[in-house]
Design a protein around this ligand. Structure first.
Ligand code: C2E
Ligand code: MG
Ligand code: MG
Ligand code: MG
Length: 288
């Protein structure tokens, strides 16, 4: 009997694995032949200062509407794109699109918003990266200060020497650098100083239980204090509830981003809600 069960479990596991492998293989092929202009779209999620509630930036988040498979989340396809190398071309598409968008918005509405762009380590390793960066900045005639480059904690730690070079090059141009998902990876505090980072994005898992879990709250508190001591900004990711916001205001966190305010939105919607109406609309209520 036990043996039969083993076999069943084995067969089940096998099917599960081969489905996963097959799905991944399919996505690889589709990614390679995807028409970016048709199938990709950037969504935009606003970021606000606290407690003022002023719109200060926007993060660009990639969406893939595959002709064959429908909507596929970046959590699934970005790692695949990294593995097969497509991320370099995809990243180029994202960079151009995001730069064009912030150029349009900041000029049209006379703003100085920052556009956050997620970058994979593999893109930074490519020699072409800074060249691409410079040529888009020129082509769309934007201030590099309008750009915030987001790199995850672990990828920054994995490629220290390349990272240091790239961070310096970006900082020299006036772009800012945020460490994404901070507080869940293996952190070395010294690299924050060495890499001239501008902002820490405190990872959502630490924010999730900030109200109910004492030690999570203490960790966030320590991160905020550390950042303040180093003159670095903090932004909390994945804020969904008022009580999380209250805690973050209490701890002195600088900025927030999350469903509490807004999900990532298509460009037109973000523009309609947050940019185009009037000055008062740029301030959202945070303490009601
Ligand atoms: P990330 O950069 O940490 O982005 C934040 C993710 O959290 C986004 O998921 C966003 O939609 C989600 N989020 C924001 N606020 C909340 C909230 O209050 N609750 C919950 N449950 N989720 C929230 P998304 O868009 O699915 O992106 C997932 C990850 O994919 C990103 O994490 C980033 O690492 C990667 N990614 C997205 N776009 C790009 C891109 O253009 N290039 C690269 N290299 N990576 C990207
Ligand atoms: Mg990010
Ligand atoms: Mg993040
Ligand atoms: Mg700096």
């Amino acid at each position: 009997h036990a043996k039969g069960q083993d076999h069943q479990q084995y067969a089940f596991f096998n099917t599960y694995l081969s489905n996963k492998v097959q799905r991944k293989h399919e996505l690889e092929l589709l990614l390679k032949k995807a028409d970016y202009h048709q199938e990709f779209e950037l969504y935009y999620q606003p970021q606000f200062s606290i407690p003022q509630g002023e719109l200060i930036g926007i993060e660009a988040l990639l969406r893939w509407k595959s002709k064959e498979k429908g909507m596929i989340s970046p959590g699934e396809f970005i790692p695949i794109a990294e593995e097969i190398g497509s991320i370099v071309k995809i990243g180029e598409w994202v960079m151009e699109k995001a730069i064009a968008q912030i150029a349009e918005w900041n000029k049209q509405y006379d703003l100085n918003l920052k556009m956050g762009i997620n970058i994979s380590p593999r893109q930074l390793n490519s020699l072409n990266f800074m060249h691409m960066f410079d040529s888009f900045i020129q082509a769309y005639d934007i201030k590099p200060e309008w750009l915030d480059i987001e790199i995850t904690e672990n990828s920054a730690m994995n490629n220290e020497s390349t990272m240091e070079e790239m961070f310096t090059a970006l900082a020299n141009r006036g772009a800012s650098i945020s460490i994404d998902d901070f507080g869940t990876g293996y952190s070395s505090l010294s690299y924050i100083k060495r890499f001239d980072v501008n902002r820490l994005k405190i990872a959502k898992p630490l924010i999730d239980n900030i109200s109910s879990n004492h030690s999570d709250r203490q960790i966030v508190k320590a991160i905020v204090m550390l950042a303040k001591a180093m003159a670095i900004k903090t932004i909390a990711e994945g804020v969904e509830y008022q009580d999380q916001l209250d805690q973050l205001i209490n701890l002195g966190c600088d900025e927030v981003q999350g469903f509490f305010y807004s999900r990532p939105l298509p460009a037109k919607e973000l523009e309609k809600i947050y940019l185009s109406v009037n000055e008062a609309n740029k301030i959202v209520q945070v303490n009601s």
